[in-house]
Design a protein around this ligand. Structure first.
Ligand code: NDP
Ligand code: 8X3
Length: 254
């Protein structure tokens, strides 16, 4: 996996930052994007000895900004080999009839539109060069329902099906598409979901050994180091401490 150009969204924390650290070897060039600039600058400094890192402050839900970021890449970063559509978030865990509609819109704008925009602006170059790999970060929440998962799970179901449909459109090219569906992983994810409430966030992982950001980066390493004719379509992984529940049954009290 020598000398690839890797574009990562949501590189300021969690999976995205772990993927940046993992890719910062073997002469890879990194384009790291997120809304928060300070963590990107820190990561650029941390990785500067081993990788050529270009950072872009970017909100993936801003279509014009995504186009500007891709069109404005310095020459040596223009041929993107790997796009990691990772930026995303869950907001709240309320039932559908009580949820804040702004939260739903923000999840749709980030998790769906962000993936659409980044893919649409990066993909033509990959098709022209007849090589590339798009890795979309979906979730177990896109395949398995849970109370309060309403729109978050819906956005991740979009990511999963979009990934499969991309494979159909790209048949006959050497552009690969992979969808990763992680379960519970300890990052800033729950802190964001519970809007800064550290106690609620910590409760999600209490007494468990959740997946880590580094587990996801290692999964990405394995996927991207397969021979070029091997396309890993979908990969679901969970902590050993997570599994499925039985169907919920409502019973009238008699
Ligand atoms: P983190 O909260 O740790 O990281 C999320 C990243 O997304 C941050 O870098 C954040 O950067 C970025 N981001 C959020 N909104 C935007 C936006 N509008 N534009 C650009 N960047 C944005 O969470 P994770 O690392 O856990 O999450 C990464 C992905 O993995 C998400 O898509 C999430 O849904 C998914 N996932 C997470 C799981 C988990 O349990 N942790 C399990 C399954 C999937 P900034 O705030 O600086 O913009
Ligand atoms: C994150 C996993 O179960 O919190 O996508 O929705 S979960």
């Amino acid at each position: 996996m020598d000398g690839k150009t890797v574009f990562i969204t949501g590189a300021s924390a969690g999976f995205g930052a772990a993927c940046a650290r993992m890719f910062a070897t073997d002469g890879n060039r990194l384009i790291l994007t997120a809304r928060r600039v300070d963590p990107l600058i820190n990561l650029q400094e941390e990785l500067s000895e081993c990788a050529d890192v270009h950072i872009i402050p970017l909100d993936v839900s801003d279509r014009g900004a995504v186009q500007g970021a891709v069109d404005g890449l310095p020459e040596r970063f223009r041929a993107i080999d790997i796009l990691i559509n990772n930026a995303g978030l869950a907001l709240g865990l309320e039932p559908a009839h009580q949820v804040d509609l702004d939260d739903w819109e923000k999840m749709v704008d980030t998790n769906i539109k962000g993936v659409m925009y980044c893919t649409r602006f990066v993909l033509p170059g990959m098709v022209d060069r007849n090589c590339g790999h798009i890795i979309n970060i979906s979730s177990t929440a896109g395949a398995w329902p849970y109370p309060g998962g309403n729109v978050y799970g819906g956005t991740k179901a979009f990511v999963t099906q979009f990934s499969r449909n991309l494979r159909c459109d790209l048949l006959g090219t050497r552009v690969r598409v992979t969808c990763i569906q992680p379960g519970m992983a300890e990052t800033e994810f729950s802190k964001v979901r519970f809007k800064g409430n550290d106690e609620l966030a910590a409760g999600v992982y209490k007494g468990t050994e959740p997946l880590t950001a580094s587990d996801i980066a290692e999964t990405v390493r394995w996927i991207t180091s397969q021979p070029p004719h091997v396309n890993v379509n979908t990969l679901e992984l969970m902590s050993i401490d997570q599994s499925w529940g039985p169907f919920a049954i409502h019973r009238e009290q008699k």
